[in-house]
Design a protein around this ligand. Sequence first.
Ligand SMILES: NC(=O)c1ccc[n+]([C@@H]2O[C@H](COP(=O)([O-])OP(=O)(O)OC[C@H]3O[C@@H](n4cnc5c(N)ncnc54)[C@H](O)[C@@H]3O)[C@@H](O)[C@H]2O)c1
Length: 471
Amino acid sequence: MNVKNLCLAVVGFALIGLTACTSKNDKTCQNEVKPIEVAVPERPAGQQDVIQLTTPKLDTVRVGFVGLGMRGPGAVQRWTHIPGTKIVALCDVEPDRVAKANEILVKAGLPKAAEYSGSTEVYKELCDRDDIDIVYIATDWIHHAPIAIYAMEKGKHAAIEVPAATSLQECWDLINTSERTRKHCMMLENCVYDFFELTTLNMAQKGLFGDILHVEGSYIHNLSDFWGDYWNNWRLDFNRKHKGDVYATHGFGPACQLLNIHRGDRLKTLVAMESIPATGPELVKKYSNEDGSDFKNGDHTMTIMRTEKGKTILIEHDVMNPRPYSRMYQLTGTKGFANKYPVEQYCFMPEQVDEKVVPNHENLSAHSAVPVAVKDAMMQEYKHPIHQEIEEIAKQVGGHGGMDYVMDYRLVYCLRNGLPLDMDVYDLAEWSCVGELGAISIENGSAPVAVPDFTRGAWNKVDGYHHQFVK
Ligand SMILES: NC(=O)c1ccc[n+]([C@@H]2O[C@H](COP(=O)([O-])OP(=O)(O)OC[C@H]3O[C@@H](n4cnc5c(N)ncnc54)[C@H](O)[C@@H]3O)[C@@H](O)[C@H]2O)c1
């Protein structure tokens, strides 16, 4: 039975026998709607989880890039600035894109890389080489998982752009391959390294917000300047064929790190709801001359989740309509609050603030944001050790203001030092799965859906989310 049929069977059983509570005063009424459950494939015999996976230290991290459209060449450029790396090979279907990316190396005074182009399968030749340690994948979404799986099978680590997986099946395939091959498989989620996010995570880990109860994130980004530029119109096409939050990770990743997901807590249940597809079909008319009436993805999608420990998360997605860019990034704790968009602000219970950092802190109010000068002083005080080390170079090299460099730098740092990576294959699955799980919820009247435990029992092995450093 495939995942979809299994879900339908389960929702059918869940709804049978459910009698609605009719009176608010009826204390005996404790109907609990059983969530729809999706299949969790058993871990193959002899295979172990890859929580805190470490691999032998690499003196030089030798990389091959696959996918050199709008996003890929920026990564090539950033890697020319990272010590201890060697760019060995470049691959894209389109030969001119590969040649152009090689010019980046020439400009940086580096030797040209081997070129692969001409088909959607040519990446296999790159992966077959024996002088590459990691394959860095920035293709359209549907090619992410097959390339990463092939790379791991050929003994390479895989780093995959967001979202790394487009279905539950791909999530499990990536997990099983990483567990079996003992290779790292990391999603290249850059927003967890942005300056406000990482500083706030540091504050959270030091207890400034008390117990974090609720986190919000989003990807609100009008893509009207880009729709015409995606290779073979892949992005609009994917939205046309799929419901659910298809690009959740920029808002969701930071939320999961704040809540220590699969490091002491885990995602348990999800419900999703969407608006009608309104602008989506119009875009189809504009970019493909078809009528777009089959467009599946609602313009605005909301996904709400609850964790094992009773924390909540709200994630939103709208890439179609006119709105200021927002990843939301908002948290509510028992002792404080943080918000990144539309303005960065913090609010704290006065006793949470160290008098040495902010004099006269007793004047702070628990119902308004701290003054900008206080926010700035706090951000300076709680700057994350990663930013303390590389903020300057990250801002010089750039990539979304520097966070992309921080992400690539950390990946290389951990590989060179044989440390567990900042994000593992279970993060990848958890942050990518809301697409298909949300679609299941939406297609069943926004019914609750159980989020599978991708660690298959290991979500409580590590106590809290932490970046690793050389001791
Ligand atoms: N993290 C971020 O901030 C961020 C920003 C932009 C894009 N992205 C992600 O980066 C990826 C690429 O996006 P983009 O905007 O560059 O898209 P794009 O359409 O501009 O580029 C995709 C490239 O992949 C190539 N390609 C497709 N299949 C291939 C295959 N099998 N082998 C080799 N090359 C192949 C295409 O020829 C094209 O050049 C997407 O996953 C996207 O979501 C992430």
